[in-house]
Ligand binder design. Structure first.
Ligand code: C2E
Ligand code: MG
Ligand code: MG
Length: 675
């Protein structure tokens, strides 16, 4: 179940990352790619068009030069031809194989910067040189020619006149013994100029338009992304943040190197009255109250602190924290603020917190809390909060290692309880009760011990509260009744003089309406007489359903079981219970005889309690008696039985059996103390 939940959360996080990446950066990248592709396509097209113009113009220029070459080749020795050449506009010079100029017409502005240029798919190759005066066209190092951009732009500065660009072209003549280097012109007409300009503008417009679209798309995606994030991280009930947000940013705060020097506290706050409030009003009203709580808590946050609605009536917070005292004070302040939120109702809020301190390495340097998890810290906070109990009272509890130990112990006990029951690891100890006047054995109380293979010898104080919480106590109670009944029957059969043994029945057991019948059946199954079993109810049991309790007591009594009120006087007064419950025995709590309670006033209370019990026709048992003076006092007051270390501690069955056998073998009613 928890595994599938983790998987679900992982999937959710993956989905979120996907949305995050695709919504903004994903589309931005796509648009940028499109922009680049489109721009490249337009530029390539422009280059092709330019090249086409360039090549055809160059060819035209070369054709004119060809004519000069033909004339020069034909008439270098013919004066009339040379005169014709001289009268023309052509500019060229002829070099012999050693590079010496043998003829020159016009100004030689040919630069030494030359290269090969091929046209018509490489079928015609020329050696070309730039013009030193107007080098708009230049030969590239390898093949081809190009425009100098700055010159090209300059060219656009002037009117839409026909533009002529010079380039020097070298042609081999006279069978390669000489070469003629002549000035050829690119002639670009106004129409072609407009065409080039339009091409250029086209490229610019396309790039700008795609750029704009990309920009708009990115903005839109960013807005959408924020919406998705808000949806993903917002809490439907409170309108604030949800648990996923808390985990995401909580981990970030705890693990980041920016915050490594800060101590934090993960906090679990529970609105105790949520269910009841929903019952009395409505779910909607309840949710509105949660939203108000969220608002109050959020208003209390400092920069960098977090608050989220975790589940139902639980809120998760991550607070900065300097020390335990100031944290506790601040959390109590939260409770105060929450109380002020609604003066009509008396709400309760319980808070648990776990402090996450700074982490240091071996040399004492503060390091990043790399492996620190907000979920762990929050879980500890919840565990601390859970120790405040089910009572509807406000309070604050801060997690410590002792609490962790307790929690581990609780889990271990719960884990082993059933195996222990099946393996009969629970052992019945008997603590005898004596008559303080005669020192005669009058009864005993059965007390459970757990002789565990894994956990060692476990006393009730370490397990009974856990069993009461997890419900296993009902199993223990039946187990004890069954074992005590079995022992009593065995002692009876062996000829011992048996005294009633009281068995504790937890208040958790009283939820079962047929408890009296269950006890009767369990005792009957062991064929034990009912008068040998007494049922002890702890005082706290009397706070539950009183009517049902009286009914159960009456039925138990009708089956012949004695019923006693355990720990009378401990905690709250149970005088009222005494009034309503038809009980047989009153067990005075050990607290009457300890510390501040002892002394003159204590003696008055005990003496009056015994009198009260007598008036109600009840027997009295004093618990936890350790001193002789106490025994004497109780004997004087007419207390019927004493159960305490003065006479005997709880003991294993064999030891108790020994006491009974002595009782039977003439040395009747003698206690250890007297020996
Ligand atoms: P309880 O029913 O009030 O039992 C009396 C407790 O007081 C026993 O502790 C006993 O050992 C102790 N005690 C008796 N005389 C003296 C004395 O002179 N000095 C001191 N310091 N202590 C004395 P234990 O056995 O540890 O049991 C503690 C509690 O655990 C019991 O209180 C009872 O509430 C619960 N418990 C024990 N066994 C069972 C059981 O089988 N079922 C249920 N439901 N609860 C049990
Ligand atoms: Mg008891
Ligand atoms: Mg008791």
């Amino acid at each position: 179940m928890s595994q599938s939940k983790t998987d679900h959360n992982k999937q959710k996080e993956k989905l979120y990352k996907k949305v995050r990446n695709t919504s903004t950066w994903g589309s931005a990248v796509v648009y940028l790619l499109l922009l680049v592709l489109f721009a490249v396509a337009v530029i390539i097209l422009a280059i092709y068009v330019m090249e086409y113009i360039f090549e055809s113009k160059f060819k035209q220029g070369c054709l004119e030069l060809e004519r000069t070459v033909q004339l020069y080749e034909k008439g270098s020795d013919d004066k009339s031809i040379m005169d014709f050449i001289e009268s023309g506009d052509s500019e060229f010079f002829v070099q012999d194989s050693s590079g010496k100029t043998v003829y020159q017409k016009g100004k030689n502005t040919c630069s030494s910067n030359g290269g090969k240029f091929s046209i018509a798919n490489g079928t015609e190759t020329y050696t070309v040189y730039a013009d030193t005066e107007l080098d708009i066209v230049y030969p590239k190092n390898k093949d081809g020619m190009g425009f100098r951009l700055n010159k090209f732009l300059e060219w656009y500065d002037f009117d839409l006149d026909t533009a002529k660009f010079p380039v020097w072209v070298s042609v081999d003549i006279n069978g390669g013994s000489q070469k003629l280097i002549g000035k050829a012109y690119f002639v670009i007409t106004p129409l072609e100029k407009v065409l080039v300009l339009e091409l250029f503008l086209c490229v610019v417009i396309v790039v700008v338009v795609i750029g704009l679209i990309t920009f708009i798309k990115i903005i839109k995606s960013a807005v959408n992304y924020r919406r998705v994030v808000r949806l993903f991280y917002s809490d439907e009930v409170t309108g604030g943040h949800n648990w996923t947000w808390f985990v995401r940013y909580g981990d970030d705060r705890l693990q980041s190197s920016r915050t490594k020097k800060d101590s934090f506290a993960a906090v679990n706050l529970v609105f105790r009255n949520y269910r009841n409030y929903c019952l009395c009003h409505s779910i909607q009203e309840g949710e509105l109250m949660l939203a108000r709580i969220n608002k109050v808590l959020s208003a209390e946050l400092e920069k960098g602190e977090l608050c989220a609605h975790a589940t139902m009536s639980n809120f998760a917070l991550l607070l900065k924290c300097s020390d335990e005292q100031s944290l506790a004070a601040r959390l109590n302040g939260f409770i105060k603020k929450l109380h002020e939120m609604d003066s009509e109702h008396n709400f309760d809020f319980q808070i648990g917190a776990d402090i996450v301190k700074v982490q240091t390495n071996e040399s004492g340097k503060i390091v990043r809390r790399k492996n620190c998890s907000i979920k762990n810290a929050y879980n500890n906070a919840c565990a601390a909060r859970a120790t405040l109990g089910e009572t509807e009272e406000s309070g604050v509890c801060i997690f410590d290692s002792k609490l962790l130990e307790e929690q581990r112990w609780r889990d271990t006990v719960s884990e082993h309880q059933w195996t222990a029951l099946n393996n009969e690891e629970f052992v019945v100890y008997y603590q005898p009760k004596y008559d303080p006047r005669t020192n005669a054995l009058k009864g005993a109380e059965a007390l459970v011990r757990w002789d565990s293979k894994e956990l060692g010898f476990v006393t009730p104080g370490r397990m009974i509260p856990i069993f009461e919480k997890n419900g296993f106590i009902t199993e223990i109670d039946h187990y004890m009744i069954s074992h005590v009944a079995r022992d009593q029957k065995a002692w009876l059969d062996a000829g011992y003089e048996c005294v009633p043994v009281s068995v504790n029945v937890s208040r958790a057991h009283f939820i079962e309406s047929d408890l009296a019948e269950q006890i009767r059946d369990t005792v009957d199954a062991e064929h034990c007489p009912h008068e040998l079993i007494e049922i002890e109810l702890t005082e706290s049991a009397f706070f539950d359903d009183k009517k049902a309790m009286i009914e159960t007591i009456k039925r138990l009594k009708s089956y012949g079981f004695a019923v006693s009120m355990d720990d009378f006087g401990a905690g709250y007064s149970s005088l009222n219970s005494l009034k309503d419950m038809p009980l047989d025995v009153l067990k005075l709590d050990a607290d009457f005889f300890r510390g501040e309670n002892a002394g003159e006033r204590g003696e008055i209370v005990v003496s009056e309690a015994i009198k009260l019990a007598k008036s109600l026709d009840m027997l009295t048992v004093a618990e936890g008696i350790e001193e002789k003076e106490q025994v004497d006092f109780l004997a004087q007051q007419g207390c019927d039985m004493i159960q305490g270390y003065y006479f005997a501690k709880p003991m294993p069955k064999a030891e108790y059996t020994e006491k009974m056998s002595r009782d039977k073998n003439g040395d009747k009613n003698k206690t250890n103390r007297e020996e």
